[in-house]
Design a protein around this ligand. Structure first.
Ligand SMILES: Nc1ncnc2c1ncn2[C@@H]1O[C@H](COP(=O)(O)OP(=O)(O)OP(=O)(O)O)[C@@H](O)[C@H]1O
Length: 338
């Protein structure tokens, strides 16, 4: 690891950032302040999922490609042609590019980071909200308007972003069991195509009526929690189903995941949890337990399906390791991650 005093950046050919060994040529830097690296990229790949969200993909491309190509010397457009394709594209092209721009929803971003996470040299990532919920782009404070988001990619700054390694898979936003998984599973494709994010609320209401509590144990940095719950959630990001989690101190760059254990499906409580600005203390005796840590093991009495970033393909038990500053991501130049 080479540390370079800021005033010497202009003299360097190559800069290695401390956290991930991410390599940038000096020509990539337009501006550098204490908390701020604004990059100009020579080469980027643009991965888009035309199957995400409800938007007109041709129109979206007509808006954002000219904006991106005005600031990126070589921009390679890659369209996903099937589930899993974004991951393959990222593992194939990731080490040979400076930036991956992702146009899609959380499922597409999830695939991309799984393709990038184990690369020795990881490119920076930028997320354009092209899906239904776009929770990861919300955590990055990216504008939800596609033109403004594309403009942010070329005018924004790079910040370090944590990821979660869960049983060898990578998630940026959350891992969860119980209610959150059932809500994902109960979304009807016909409703999602027609109603977009409203389909999540309809599914949540359908699911809450039927949800039975389950037995869990959570070890969070060595501290044990156990009991019955309807949902256990480990969050790196701040949004789920477009709703901002009402807990302060959730930062996607602090090396920690926040674990929330929700004990029952009282509708009023869920409304409170997802709409009000409340702060929960560790070991709170309320209906929601909260703890945070970097090494978390979650077990359930019998195997349960788990949801990661909206995708359901793993089961409990889950061993979660927070990978501090594993990625660099573009955020608006005036923003931060918390
Ligand atoms: N060409 C394709 N045809 C069919 N499915 C695809 C294709 N490319 C990608 N996919 C799949 O599309 C799914 C949905 O994408 P994504 O999750 O990004 O959008 P979304 O569900 O609308 O948004 P969000 O997850 O933010 O609510 C992903 O699981 C991905 O695997």
């Amino acid at each position: 690891m080479i540390k370079v005093p800021k005033q010497q950046f202009a003299k360097c050919d190559v800069i290695y950032t401390e956290q991930v060994g991410y390599r940038l040529g000096k020509e990539n830097f337009l501006n550098l302040r204490s908390d701020r690296v604004v990059a100009r990229f020579k080469h980027a790949i643009f991965i888009y999922n035309a199957n995400a969200g409800q938007k007109d993909i041709s129109r979206t491309l007509r808006i954002c490609v000219p904006i991106l190509s005005s600031a990126i010397d070589e921009l390679l457009l890659l369209k996903t042609d099937r589930p899993g394709h974004a991951q393959l594209l990222c593992s194939e092209y990731g080490e040979h590019t400076d930036l991956v721009v992702i146009l899609g929803g959380d499922g597409t971003v999830h695939e991309c980071v799984n393709g990038l996470a184990s690369l020795a040299k990881r490119p920076a990532i930028a997320i354009l909200p092209g899906g239904t919920c776009n929770d990861i782009s919300r955590t990055l404070n990216m504008p939800q308007d596609i033109r403004q988001a594309a403009e942010t990619v070329v005018s924004g700054k790079l910040v370090p972003l944590d990821a979660m390694d869960i049983n060898g898979h990578c998630a940026l936003n959350f891992w969860g069991v119980g209610l959150v998984t059932e809500v994902s599973n109960n979304i009807k494709d016909s409703e999602k195509a027609l109603l977009g994010k409203v389909s999540y609320y309809l599914s949540a209401i359908r699911t809450m009526r039927e949800m039975e509590p389950f037995s869990y144990t959570v070890q969070c940095d060595g501290k044990l929690y156990e009991g019955e719950a309807v949902m256990v959630l480990a969050a790196n990001g701040r949004y789920i189903g477009t709703n901002e989690l009402p807990f302060r101190n959730i930062h996607a760059d602090d090396g920690k995941a926040n674990v929330f254990i929700i004990k029952n499906t009282n509708l009023a409580l869920m409304k409170e949890v997802f709409t009000l600005d409340i702060t929960l203390e560790e070991d709170s005796a309320s209906e929601v337990l909260h703890c945070s840590g970097s090494e978390i093991v979650i077990q359930t009495e019998s195997k349960m399906e788990a949801d990661m970033d909206g995708e359901v393909y793993l089961e409990t038990p889950a061993h979660i390791r927070v990978l501090k500053h594993h990625f660099f991501a573009i955020v608006p130049s005036s923003g931060s991650l918390g």
